[in-house]
Design a protein around this ligand. Sequence first.
Ligand code: FES
Length: 64
Amino acid sequence: MIICVCHRVSDKQIKVAAEQGATSLRELRNHCTFGSQCGQCCSHARELLKECHSEPVFLEAKIA
Ligand code: FES
């Protein structure tokens, strides 16, 4: 799905950027250009980024 219509950036590109360490919109913009035209996509990109970083982390429990 296209997130930024102006720059044709997809949700997949944003997810890849998040996986590569982007944790803010500024860092996302280092990976792909978006949000610099109309700005309509910024809130959606922010939500998507938040979702990517809120996936559960499974910790190994040590049972004695
Ligand atoms: S939709 Fe992203 S800048 Fe316009």
